[in-house]
Design a protein around this ligand. Structure first.
Ligand code: CDP
Length: 232
């Protein structure tokens, strides 16, 4: 039996609305927003610039430094401002998801700062943040081998589904909820995958296939938003 989603979506359907906009912060070198349902991320890129502190410089290639932050009132329960264990982890994950496509070898001893703010959060924020950051990097004119697109696949009870919202992430009946955020290039090269929960290898393959199709949809939306504005 296929799990019935409360918002009426099909298992492989992305949340709506999906909005992407490039060039939202005039003072940044590159910027973008990405919205998926009730989750909204904005990203600002500053650099490449001299890397400080100096002892963290890499003479062989530049450094991508990501900072993920959830604003206090992005969820109904106010979140304590400032870094947390969770935000530190997601910042690192974001760096790992983006680094494979950014041509950092062109910028020895330099740093590119990416600031990501969640202005509204309803699950899937790391994916929305990565989507916004990828567009902001391209907007800043940073050479990239490709764009990346990110989405969470997962499982609700026994059904493989795409793009879980917070209500679904908290689902506990039957086999409960499994969340698998995945980032990939339009060619299907995975740069980031995480798994929270249980899933069989057969269903994991199914989930990855679902994410692959969805990330192509997201890629087209990102590309369109970039074309509308062009490189800064
Ligand atoms: O957002 P993402 O799914 O990437 O990460 P998560 O750690 O699994 O968080 C899932 C969701 O829980 C967030 O998107 C928020 O909606 C919510 N959350 C919250 O309400 N308060 C927190 N301190 C952290 C997360």
């Amino acid at each position: 039996m296929v799990f019935k989603r409360e918002d009426g979506r099909k298992p492989e359907e992305l949340r709506k609305p999906i909005n992407a906009k490039v060039g939202i912060i005039p003072n940044a070198d590159g910027s973008a927003m990405y919205q998926s349902g009730e989750t909204i991320a904005i990203a600002a890129v500053y650099g490449p610039k001299e890397h400080h502190p100096r002892n963290q410089r890499n003479p062989r290639k530049g450094t991508l430094r990501c900072n993920y932050n959830m604003l206090s009132f992005s969820v109904t329960d106010r979140i304590r401002p400032g870094p947390s264990r969770r935000s530190t982890e997601i910042s690192k994950i974001t760096e790992w998801a983006l680094t494979p496509v950014v041509m950092l070898e062109k910028y020895p001893n330099m740093v590119i700062d990416v600031h990501i703010h969640m202005i509204q959060a309803d699950a899937g924020t790391r994916c929305a943040g990565i989507n916004a950051a990828a567009m902001a990097l391209a907007h800043a004119g940073i050479p990239m081998k490709n764009l990346v697109s990110s989405v969470a696949a997962g499982k609700l009870d026994k059904t493989v589904v795409l793009d879980l919202d917070k209500h679904e992430e908290d689902f506990e009946e039957g086999e409960g909820s499994t969340d698998i955020p995945i980032t990939m290039t339009p060619d299907g090269e995975i740069t980031h995958i995480q798994l929270d929960g249980k899933i069989t290898s057969k269903q994991l393959k199914e989930a990855i296939e679902m994410a692959k199709k969805a990330s192509k949809e997201i890629y087209e939306i990102q590309k369109k938003a970039l074309k509308e504005v062009g490189e800064k």
